[in-house]
Ligand binder design. Structure first.
Ligand code: DQQ
Length: 539
């Protein structure tokens, strides 16, 4: 396999070549899912940004189209940056995006509409002459002024959008209102802001149902709901969210009591996942989240392989019944790619034991496993000096080979037989006075022999707020050559790692389950599938 293909994914979304970043304007229109994304048509590094466009009937098999929006006018001459789609009454899609108008990165908000609503793929988009719709007024930082959201309708009949900004070091989501979607005015007070968080990119603001799994259109602003406010923090390149209430009278978002806002906040994913965007899918009454995973290799290597970035598998978003966090899970359509399957049940793993999962293509697989353990008595103490917000640090010195009490146990993905290379995804349970603390890790630190000093191979990790009364923990990992996307405890903690094995590739990759804790654990059930490649037309 040549250098260009060695780490290309089998079932994640990628263009044929070149650089991609943020998912843009995802929407469902007349039976078709649209995905636009930031794309450099000229190379494998960020630049020359256009909105590339693909369409699908099932979010898995895609057809590539020509870029939908690209620099061509004074209001977007230097780039067409991120934005969102809104379906207006009468089933009329409209896109709002940020245009770059000069070499100083001055940002304005523009709109684009389909040239021909009867084209099922909406291939051609028009940028009317009354653009730009929104320019920064004097009190706003015009180079931190971007990424408009999907619009929602207020009770006064006016549309609202929010977009990312900052004032000095305070992160802000500015709020704009419009009666006709053309004339927009800024609402004086922002929808939300947090001191010390720096620039906010790609905000997302939407309702989730408090009961049931039926999710809601963005314009539902009242009822038995909570609101989600997501921000992408430029300084750390992670997506953070809080749950709260949208006060429609004051046009303000107020996080629930006890929510941590900012650096220590909840995350969609504890790993390589950024600039995400959700949309409401009326066909299946669900909210779907797209997120982008950058390479964590050197830029030099990206250039050599001629591509950079993947879109992660779209995930459904629902509120955890505990009301304190979201649950994310790969869309069910992914299961149509499941091929050959192997199963393992009631397999006990003593301390130091490892079992190979044979019979599936370990470099391109979907694995679901439930572990159980007899008792929590042997859980290691959680030291009071450890930072309850820094799971990653804890994982970096409590790795998969460091023996414990209950755990570490889990999967070893993209491994060579002698573990010269491996990416373990695992749990470790601690005891903190009368409570248990569950750590989940996806540790890339030993994933590649090609590691040069200073490469980014983090021990990504999160604490899982899970009830252990049934003494069980479940894990699902989507393994795809250079991506490992993992979902702990039914989507309470998700972690995406990008890894670049040199030996554990294609047929030389192995998959194991392991236990390195004194307490024996049992694999209650494990199912692994080889994953097929989706169909992508217009290759
Ligand atoms: N990427 C876009 C911006 C956005 C950033 C530019 C986030 O609109 O703020 O490619 O990754």
């Amino acid at each position: 396999v040549n250098v260009k293909d060695l780490h290309r994914t089998g079932y994640h979304f990628q263009p044929l070549k070149h650089w991609i970043n943020d998912p843009n304007g995802p929407m469902y229109f007349n039976g078709i899912y649209h995905l636009f994304y930031q794309y450099n048509p000229k190379g494998a590094v960020w630049g020359n940004i256009v909105w590339a466009h693909s369409v699908s009937k099932d979010l898995i098999n895609w057809e590539r189209l020509e870029p939908a929006i690209f620099p061509s006018k004074s209001f977007d001459k230097y780039g067409c940056w991120s934005g969102s789609a809104t379906i207006l009454p009468g089933n009329k899609p409209v896109i709002l995006y940020s245009g770059i108008i000069d070499k100083n990165n001055t940002q304005v908000q523009n709109y684009a509409v389909p040239a021909n609503l009867s084209d099922p793929y909406l291939q051609e988009w028009i940028k009317p002459d009354d653009n730009p719709l929104i320019v920064a007024d004097k009190s706003v930082n015009k180079t931190a002024f971007r990424d408009p959201t999907t619009a929602w309708l207020g009770k006064d009949g006016e549309w609202r959008i929010t977009l990312g900004s900052r004032h000095k070091d305070k992160g802000i989501s500015l709020l704009y209102k419009s009666k006709d979607f053309i004339n927009w005015t800024r609402v004086k007070k922002p929808l939300h802001s947090v001191d010390g968080t720096g620039n906010w990119e790609c905000p997302d603001f939407f309702p989730v149902s408090v009961q049931g799994t039926k999710e809601l259109d963005t314009s539902v602003i009242e009822g038995n709901i909570k609101h989600v406010m997501k921000i992408s923090l430029d300084a750390t390149r992670y997506d953070y969210y809080t749950l709260g209430k949208y006060n429609t009278k004051k046009d303000k978002y107020i996080p629930d009591k006890g929510m941590v806002d900012g650096w220590n906040g909840l995350r969609y994913d504890r790993g390589n996942f950024y600039a995400s965007k959700s949309f409401f899918d009326p066909a299946k009454n669900r909210r779907i989240l797209w997120g982008w995973a950058n390479e964590s290799d050197y830029v030099h290597d990206d250039v050599k392989k001629g591509w950079a970035g993947v879109q992660l598998i779209p995930r459904t978003i629902v509120l955890d019944p505990n009301g304190k966090q979201l649950l994310l899970w790969p869309v069910e359509e992914l299961e149509t790619l499941r091929g050959k399957k192997v199963e393992l049940t009631n397999k006990k793993l003593e301390k130091g034991e490892q079992v190979e999962i044979n019979g599936v293509s370990a470099a391109q697989a979907d694995v679901e496993v439930t572990f159980s353990f007899g008792s929590l008595d042997k859980a290691e103490p959680f030291h009071s000096s450890w930072d309850r917000y820094d799971a990653q640090k804890l994982c970096s010195h409590k790795g998969s080979t460091v023996h414990g009490g209950v755990g570490p146990f889990g999967l070893i993905t993209l491994a060579t037989e002698k573990l010269e290379e491996f990416t373990p995804v695992f749990f470790r349970i601690f005891k903190d006075q009368d409570k248990h603390v569950v750590l989940m890790c996806s540790d890339a630190s030993r994933s590649s022999l090609a590691d040069k000093k200073g490469t980014y191979r983090p021990s990504f990790a999160g604490f899982v707020d899970v009830d252990l009364t049934d003494k069980k923990l479940s894990l699902r990992s989507l393994i795809d050559h250079s991506v490992v996307e993992s979902f702990g405890a039914n989507g309470k903690v998700c972690i995406t790692s990008r890894v670049y094995p040199t030996l554990a590739t294609y047929n030389n990759a192995h998959l194991y389950a392991f236990n390195n804790g004194t307490e024996a654990v049992k694999i209650e059930s494990l199912t692994a599938w080889s994953m097929n490649k989706p169909q992508v037309m217009n290759q």
